[in-house]
Design a protein around this ligand. Structure first.
Ligand code: HEC
Ligand code: HEC
Length: 285
């Protein structure tokens, strides 16, 4: 029966078309979910890293760079009631603000940037303070002041050298992964004025260190012993900037993976120290 056959044929064509489009949709769904999965795989620390500059330019004026409060706004880093807020609640506060009390709305930042700022706020709150630290902070301390000699350049809780930044609170504003990164690849995020400056005077005296101040006529150089030297450019026979960090770049091989875990744990633990302990440590050593 030609009619029946024809409609059957049409039906089967329709069926084929339907199956094809179902497969098409399935394929798209798979593609989409794998894209989503990829997005989920993005480490939280990376998102938090994107939140740092957003926090610095939008929040730090009132809450301080480390979120511990300032003249204009309360501590949102270590205040227990703020710590207990869920991510969604924090998101809501940032998005809508608290108009009655001077906390502005940041709706204009948009969802991804508010999300990044909330993740970063979690770093400031020291989420890793609750997580189990990857290593042994006591061993890390011994390394810091001993074999690894970090303390020749860095201070922690009032003890150590001066040429490098004080690391007492570094882990408050950086994830543990970033701290590890900073130790093994010091040249990666070298900021301006952190490169090595080598100056030789006409008398042949050589200084190598970090330029703390430089203008057309003079240079204030800090050498690794912490001493400052004010040099007049007219007295110099040569002046050279080397675009690398003063910090040794071989800690990735000098220290084992366990050493690095211990070091990161020591720094994380130190930044949790209450201020009282900090005062106790201050003094000549
Ligand atoms: C102009 C100053 C100002 C700026 C800028 C600001 N805040 Fe606030 N923020 C406040 C004040 C004031 C409060 C206190 C509100 C209260 O206690 O009711 C507050 C409170 C908060 C709270 C805690 C609310 C609570 O429940 O105690 C969070 C979280 C917060 N701000 C996050 C942020 C973030 C994130 C940014 C940047 C995107 C930001 N703030 C920028 C002034 C500011
Ligand atoms: C010879 C001096 C020197 C030694 C030794 C040294 N550092 Fe550094 N470090 C620096 C200087 C200078 C900087 C500043 C940024 C730069 O030049 O890279 C720095 C930066 C850092 C930073 C990033 C801080 C910031 O504010 O950006 C961390 C973290 C750090 N060092 C940890 C360590 C640890 C841990 C050790 C020991 C394993 C160590 N450093 C050994 C000189 C040193």
């Amino acid at each position: 029966m030609p009619v029946g056959l024809g409609s059957g044929f049409k039906k089967s064509r329709r069926a084929v078309a339907a199956t094809a489009s179902i497969f098409c949709i399935l394929f798209l769904v798979l593609l989409f979910s794998s894209a989503c999965a990829k997005r989920k795989e993005r480490p939280a620390s990376e998102i938090a890293g994107r939140g740092r500059p957003i926090f610095a330019s939008n929040c730090s004026f009132c809450h301080g760079l480390d979120g511990r409060g300032g003249e204009h706004a309360p501590n949102i880093a270590s205040d227990p009631t703020v710590r207990q807020l869920s991510d969604a609640e924090l998101f809501g506060i940032v998005e809508h603000g608290i108009p009655a009390s001077g906390m502005p709305s940041f709706e204009s930042l948009g969802v991804p940037r508010i999300g990044a700022v909330v993740r970063y706020l979690r770093v400031l709150q020291g989420q890793h303070a609750f997580a189990t630290l990857p290593g042994n902070p006591h061993r890390g301390r011994q390394l810091f002041f001993g074999k690894a000699a970090c303390s020749t350049c860095h201070r922690v809780l009032g003890k150590g050298g001066f040429i490098g930044p004080d690391l007492s609170t570094y882990t408050r504003t950086h994830s543990l992964r970033e701290v590890r990164q900073a130790i093994v690849s010091p040249n990666k995020n070298l900021g301006p004025q952190q490169d090595i400056v080598i100056a030789v005077t006409r008398q042949g005296q050589r200084y190598a260190g970090i330029a703390r101040n430089e203008d057309n006529f003079s240079l204030q150089l800090q050498t690794p012993d912490g001493a400052f030297h004010l040099l007049m450019k007219s007295d110099l026979s040569s002046l050279r900037h080397e675009p690398r960090s003063l910090m040794p770049s071989n800690y990735g091989t000098r220290l084992s993976s366990r050493d690095l875990d211990d070091m990161v744990s020591f720094l994380a633990k130190a930044s949790e120290a209450p201020p009282k302990v900090r005062v106790l440590f201050v003094g000549p050593h």
